[in-house]
Design a protein. Sequence first.
Length: 241
Amino acid sequence: MNQSTRIVVGIISLFLSLFLAWRIGIWLEPAPAGPSLPAGDPKSPPYATGTVQEDLHFEIRNVRISGDGAALNGIGIIRFDTDRERIKPAVLAMLTAVKKKAPAAKMITLELKPAVECTQCTLARATYREGRTVIRYGIPSQEQIERHNALIGTTDGTGRRIDRPRLYRPDKETFGAGLAVTMALEAARQKNPSAGEEQLLDQAAATVGISPVVAARHRDFMKAYFTGDGYGEETLDTPLQ
């Protein structure tokens, strides 16, 4: 890598680090007058906002409504470090807020994310249909984390050693690094769709300014923790008004 390339990579890495520090700082600070959360487009107001608990606010963004108003899809944004136990009340609060704004909606589908920009960072998926809601959990409970980690290093039924990322509730640094790698991977994939996974990882690592080995570790953790719907589901009777 020549000097000019190193300078460019350094500038990009510095900008990305400052951007992530600013965004994560916003997510973790309490909102004095209302929700202060990441948005897909800062110039565009959210479709709906609300408070689940004192330290847990939400926004609804990227909403699409069918022509007859009967179906609505959107993204619900909450803190990246939200406990699994608080996903259900967050979903119910979001659905209630959406139903008030779109009373004709008979089917509401929401993806819960910590950031609109991270397509893979999904905490849960929720589908409401005429009084019943199915929540598919994308993040593990503490019991699931412990069960997952206990199998690391053991062998499966075929005698193969189980090698998987160790799970734990991410802190600000873990999530910030994982988000940087994930977004860099998505940008590299969009720029060069035909590239292999290792090529994309090398490009993402160079953008973020870390080694491919470290980048792979962050990528694998994010995939294992924020699965979208890989940690079970629950069906609720939800007669929204």
